[in-house]
Design a protein around this ligand. Sequence first.
Ligand code: ADP
Length: 394
Amino acid sequence: MKILIINSGSSSIKFQLMDMPSETLICSGLVERIGYKNATISYKTNGNNLQQTHHIESHRQGLERVVELLLDPKKGVITHTNEIKVVGHRVVHGGNSFSDTTLITSEVKDKIQEYAALAPLHNPGNLEGILVAEEIFPSAKQVAIFDTAFHQTIPEKAKRYAIPTSLYEENGIQVYGFHGTSHQYVSEKAIAYLGKESSKIITIHLGNGCSMTAVRDGKSIDHSLGFTPSNGLIMGTRSGDIDHAIIFHMVNNLGYTLDNVKTLLTNQSGMLGLTGHVDLRDIQAEAEKGNKDCQLALSMNAYRIKKYIGSYAAAMNGLDAIVFTAGIGENSSVIRQLVCEDMEVFGMDLDKTKNNKRSGDIREINTTASKVKILVIPTNEELEIAKQAFELVN
Ligand code: ADP
């Protein structure tokens, strides 16, 4: 069964066509800079790897271009759009309404629209992708996979903020959690690797956005991102945890508007604010050359992760494994080493040789003496979406 996976953002559409249940990737690609004259489409199949520049005004035009490529007699991979039986859509915010993958109905679309207030950068683009896909693939089942769904199992003591209860009950202010498909995918892989259902695992997703989840017996019980994807770890351009009184001080005494502060904390902070660079590869290269800001930023980044490991190990009263994943987690031996050193108290002992080896496979990078497994597991959010969509329609 051919399943198209769409991750539709505010100005981009990522797509993958997969055959399920064989999990064979048929093609993948990305439409970027929608709304601009120099929008680009990249498209990759077994025999093709091409990049085109077009004037793409809307998500509709973007997806129409993608379908033209899919149907192309030479470069294409299907002969008719009705070969695609299911379209799986990544949706960032499902609030408290969705604890599972869901067939898209008009009520579901209304809810996605409603939660746009909580994820203004993500849900509108997600919904636009759904509306366009419904028209282009009228015979396909449309399925929504929510980033927040995996975290619906977080208990109240971990998901509530210590603010008046009415704000939780009437306004839905609580921890929702994000990167759910990634944390679910790698925690399931880790459980299978450990070979035990009853397990205490910490998954560490380090990409442009970064988050950690405490996964007890396969269920998310705590998570570092909160009401929005801004809490917790130090990210590419987001500060993660800060004392909220800093915001009042900046507005009341330093001449910032609320909008300025929001931009500063979301787009100009994190590793960028500390070093002037976003990409960790640049920061590592600078640190190696002796750049003190970059050296400090790396150790601050790892220190924050260590603190969350400590608190989640306490929350679960033990630890079987930690899992590094996503662009940084999978590729940066530097960050992994900084996180894992001086963590004997938690039973972690990193094998530096194994840590420095590169591989695209699931791998164990601890010594044989280590009580806790230190795993690197490549994430695959698209495959998780395809698996969940396939399970739902079958
Ligand atoms: P996104 O959140 O956009 O999905 P990714 O998971 O693709 O992000 O991670 C992107 C980040 O991974 C890049 O910004 C870069 O900092 C980091 N990264 C990628 N490759 C390496 C590498 N070889 N070494 C260190 N960091 C890397």
